[in-house]
Design a protein around this ligand. Structure first.
Ligand code: AHR
Length: 518
């Protein structure tokens, strides 16, 4: 029986070297093995890895978090049931207002008395934007759910002035015409938003105001200067690659040539899917994420090496998810769009994305699942209620418990051969060493119909006597949730006993498990 034996850090190389098993041939004797040493660390897990995203798109905001006049909403128009689900998800970090929407958004349209705000033609997604949800509403929502805000400025059709004055309106304490306007609109003190995006997906021809890498780099540089001169403490995020069909490496390199001195993060976006209904191929898609992170890390290292000592730039994976069904180009125009219904196989891919972020915690410091409600989202509403999609559950477990330091695991796992990859491990895993000394293991068993025995051995530390078990699985890879029933959700298993240095656990087929040891 062949196994890969590799450190997370040398993942791709190990995979390519390993002879492959045929998919579906694995038997119960093919146990996986994980060796853990709490002294072998990857990096600090930034809580912002478990962020989400709100865009003026479809029913994400209107009919999602915000539904004025609904019996389910409060006086401000926030849906109370949705807010509860958002709070239970422990969203630490929320990006707004887009997305493609941000590239034609003038923030001044969304302030002042709601009834007097302009109605604008919204060209990214083919609707009318009534602007009843704007900066004040977003930042009120943020304070209600206790998250950190992240605003994406318009570097498409917008000007340097617009971006600068938005920072001034939101963050500046002095007395200017712009801050008087904020006060007139009911907010005396600045909010102090720390994270600002320099545009969205500027590498895509679909973007309003799309530019070449040089033109974007020059334009964003001037915006960055003005924004920093307004508030030197803000963290800026450059628009890196989303268009992997183009020269994505060249885009990142050029953008950083201009922006490295001014930015703290480089944004990347990745959506994956299963258009040919090939389960095993689909489960391998998170490997692409790891590979793109490694390449980008090299580009960042090269750019940072030319900067003064102490300068760091990190990856902000500020849009990611499974998205392929509700992606019909011209069909996806209007209000009920991008309403993807998720199943178990999607939830497993999501757990692997989260494993991958944790396994690159030294360089990936921001990640935003796109989006939060209705639009390719973990929460789905009607005007009568909501249900939690399958992908809600792995994100919730990670956001709740997977904190502290990411550990560099040695993993041996049986593998399968997919259409495009020689050897894909059945077991995908990550681990977090909590500040209080607890350990969390995230184990995804990609096998569709076989359990996977995992032996976990630890060095340099003793395990507590038992592990709590949380499992996300379901009767079928295509199992979905809906308004009537929740088939895929987190189930708390019977705690398992450990020895001081090891534990054995059998991952159910097609499952994600979190083991939590005090
Ligand atoms: O999240 C949906 C869309 O995907 C966003 O608006 C855009 O940035 C990306 O292409």
């Amino acid at each position: 029986m062949t196994k890969t034996h590799l450190s997370r850090r040398s993942f791709s190389a190990g995979l390519l070297a390993a002879p492959a098993l045929l998919q579906g041939r694995q038997t119960r004797s093919d146990a996986a093995r994980i060796q853990v040493d709490t002294r072998r660390v990857i990096g600090a897990i930034d809580p912002k890895l478990y962020g989400n995203f709100l865009e003026h798109l479809g029913r994400c905001i209107q009919g999602g978090i915000f539904e004025e006049g609904s019996p389910l909403s409060d006086k401000q128009g926030f849906r109370k049931d949705v807010m509860q689900a958002v709070e239970n998800l422990h969203v630490p970090f929320l990006r707004w207002p887009g997305g493609n929407f941000s590239s034609n958004y003038n923030w001044r349209d969304g302030i002042g008395p709601r009834d007097e705000r302009p109605r604008r033609l919204e060209m990214a997604w083919g609707t009318i934007e009534d602007n009843r949800f704007g900066t004040h509403e977003f930042l009120d929502y943020i304070s209600r759910i206790g998250a950190e805000p992240y605003i994406c400025a318009n570097l498409g059709t917008g000007s340097w002035d617009e971006a600068q004055q938005w920072v001034e309106y939101v963050n500046f304490d002095g007395d200017t015409t712009t801050t008087r306007l904020r006060k007139k609109n009911g907010r005396e003190k600045p909010w102090k938003v720390n994270y600002w995006g320099l545009g969205n997906e500027m590498d895509g021809p679909w973007q309003m105001g799309h530019r070449t890498a040089e033109d974007y780099g020059k334009f964003a540089l001037e915006a960055a200067k003005l924004m920093h001169w307004t508030d030197p403490s803000i963290k800026l995020v450059a628009a890196g690659s989303s268009n992997f069909n183009a020269d994505w490496i060249g885009w990142n390199r050029t953008v950083l040539q201009y922006l490295a001195p001014h930015v703290d993060y480089l944004s990347l976006h990745l959506y994956v899917g299963n258009p040919t209904s090939n389960y095993y191929e689909f489960q391998a898609t998170p490997l692409e994420l790891g590979e793109r992170i490694k390449v980008t890390e090299g580009i960042i290292n090269a750019a940072v090496s030319a900067q003064p000592k102490g300068k760091n730039i990190y990856i902000a994976w500020d849009e990611w998810n499974v998205w392929y069904r509700a992606r019909g180009g011209e069909k996806e125009r209007g209000r009920r769009i991008l309403e993807e219904h998720y199943n178990l196989e999607d939830a497993l891919v999501v757990s692997s994305f989260l494993n991958t972020f944790v396994n690159h915690a030294h360089i990936v410091k921001i990640a935003n699942m796109a989006q939060l409600v209705n639009v390719i989202a973990p929460i789905f509403t009607s005007n009568k209620g909501l249900f939690l999609q399958t992908i809600y559950y792995p994100l919730q477990l990670f956001a709740t418990y997977s904190h502290g330091t990411a550990l560099d695991l040695q993993i041996e796992s049986p593998t399968y051969k997919s259409k495009s990859r020689a050897a894909v491990p059945y077991l995908d895993a990550s681990a977090a060493y909590n500040a209080d000394g607890g350990l969390v293991f995230n184990l995804t068993n990609r096998h569709q119909d076989q359990p996977l025995d995992v032996v976990l051995e630890i060095e340099g530390k003793q395990l507590g006597s038992e592990a709590q078990v949380f499992v996300v699985t379901g009767p079928d890879i295509k199992s979905e949730n809906n308004f009537e029933s929740t088939t895929v959700k987190t189930v708390t298993g019977k705690p398992i006993s450990t020895t001081p240095t090891s534990l054995k656990y059998t991952c159910p087929p097609r499952s994600y498990t979190m083991l939590k040891i005090s």
